[in-house]
Ligand binder design. Sequence first.
Ligand code: 26W
Length: 800
Amino acid sequence: MIEKIKQKIRMEIGKDIKAALNREVYDALTSILNEEINIHWEKTNKKYKEIESKQVYYVSMEFLIGRLLENNLLNCGLLDITNEALIKLGFNPEVIYSMERDPGLGNGGLGRLAACFLDSLASLQYPGHGYGIRYRYGLFEQRFVHGNQIELPDYWLNDGYAWEVRKAEEAVCIHFNGIVHMFKKNDGNLEFKYENTDKVMAIPYDIPIVGYQNNVINTLRLWSAEPLLHEKNDSSNEVNHYHDLGHQHSIEQISGFLYPDDSNYEGKLLRLQQQYFLVSASIQHIILNFKRNHSLSLFHLSEKVVIQINDTHPSLAIPELMRILMDDEGFGWEKAWDITSRVIAYTNHTTLSEALETWPKEMIRQLLPRIYMIIDEINERFCKNIWYNHHHLREHIPKMAIIADDRIHMARLAIVGSFSVNGVARIHTEILKNKEMKYFNVMFPERFNNKTNGITHRRWLLKVNPELSHLITDIIGPEWIRRPKQLISLLKYTKDHSFLEKFDHVKQKNKQSLANLIHERTGIIVDHQSIFDVQIKRLHEYKRQLLNVFRIINVYNEIKNNPNLDMIPRTFIFGAKAAPSYHLAKEVIKLINKVATMVNYDPDIRGKIKVIFLENYNVSLAEKIIPAADISEQISTASKEASGTGNMKMMMNGALTVGTLDGANIEIKDVVGDQNIFIFGLSAEEVIHFYQNSGYNSIDIYHTDDRVRRILDQLHGGEFGTHEIEFKDIYYNILSNNDPYFVLKDFEPFIEIHELVEQAYRDRWTWLQMSVTNIAHSGKFSSDRTIQEYASEIWKIKQV
Ligand code: 26W
């Protein structure tokens, strides 16, 4: 490797290695690795073609893949020798890997899940690929100015991106707008022709997805929007679009930026264009591939292809596939519907009503006239089917119709047009079946199923925590890397003090590294022996960062009252971006920052607590924080968090969960047992009951709990603000708007559970034993398990 690197630097930039810059070494390494990857990439594609295996396509508006160099070296089995080589050559491997931009092509959970799935598909040798959008600007970069979130554009392609391959020859054309003509053919069937459409080219950029030491390379294909080039000299065009820069710009806008909304739906035309652009390009390509690889009729599509749509964002795949089958391939409605609804499967990721997509029907009719006609007909036939064949559901047609109140309900379209509908954790699927989608479940009970989320243990343990990984391998052998359920063997060592000692040592080292990073970035010194209490996730009311802040303020007030308070020092660590238009979320960011300033610089506190809010939380930062966490805060209002995946990542690195009975926390509790997790607060049933029957009054708690009143009065009185009105929106949301996420209701239980946490931490062996027990059970939450379940229960695909 040493020689290879030296040679690359000499040949490509004419420099001696001693003079090479970090960035140049990074470039050399990616180039060396790409040569290796490309060989296996071609072989993998050839193999898939030869054996004519069934392929799964994961279609998603978001893929949060993280940096790839270190990950790809690991998966290629080259990480150790590369690290050694770099060190011998006088470079710091960590610095070299950090030269890579972290592509922020997703908002949070949904996008990161898609990336974990691709990693597991390739590592388990499944023929599975991703389709997404190559946004020129990813999720904004976050800065804090006077405690406020400021958003900067994320131009991640500035220095080029080493892992993508442009495939201009595989471009496809997408049509928007225009008019549809209908003809009657001789056989009596209808024929559709489109006229005056606006054409956009979708150019694919392929990224290799490297399987773990198995020579499998799958593909993530990201589409980029460009104007049609041949229009350049086409004199028959009345308008010469090529020279019309405005026109060019509006086309490039389609893959211009990622919408920064997480669980908040906005009916923006550009977003609809993005969705159709992704779907049309991907479906066209899937059909092209099918024809290239098989001599079968498209009637057999479902034997060779399955398309998983990641939430409803790509649900136009249903009418788009119908359109192509009918208008281009000549199938009649029934056959086209049969094919479509046997190929498409839908994953739901949220039940929050504000996140459910519905488009104004006029918008779709204008932008996608033929697609609108098809959705209209799907709706007609579906409603008629209920009316004639499901009498008991007749009265519910208004709640089930795909087109209702002049809007198109995308989740309903997705359920009706697919053969599988899955939730992402047990409780979430139950809520879908019994509440949110209950009438659909009555009509199509065989479609509904659960696939509890998972995370790739290769990135989230092996790569981010190499020392812990070595320790595990030393004691139970390397089997767990290929079969993460084997981590269960660690249970034998939960009372082995010499092992626990070593585990503790690794945790302390990781905490020290994070403390160094905190110092570099914020100038604040934190005690690496304090409890690292971590909440990292998007900022959202239902995730209740506010509950956490209220507790911090409460601890602060207690220390002010009693400066000799006996407590183990704590460092509260936050990472969170707020959607730019989410006012209350931004207020909470400001509040955390204000509380941090107050706490960190108050001499009375004497370092008992510190509050650290790290800027620009993203995959790379998560990789630094997670191995150092002692406590994982998973404190959503019960019933609101579909699954969560940060909970799994921290558990796998030995953090203990403080959580509500929500999402996958419940399944974590099931495996580790009540004594190895800290559960508190309202249950989902109680929350739902309160929403349905009221009976909750936040004001009552304000009047009865002195600590709560004190905190709210501090907010109202401007004690944390520079001027009076600063945090009143939070105040009024809690008291006048009756605390919609039950922050006050769960406050006391939250304080109490943290008293237990502190007690447990005081007993070092018990704590370490609990940590290791969590790691031992975390194998269940590897995305390998999740993907095996999708593969055998939904996709019916085989490992090659
Ligand atoms: C259209 C606006 C919009 C954008 C994104 C609506 C909804 C979304 C996503 C579905 C939000 C999301 O990321 N959901 C998260 O998905 C994770 C992976 O399944 C779960 O672990 C999280 O609990 C869920 O909030």
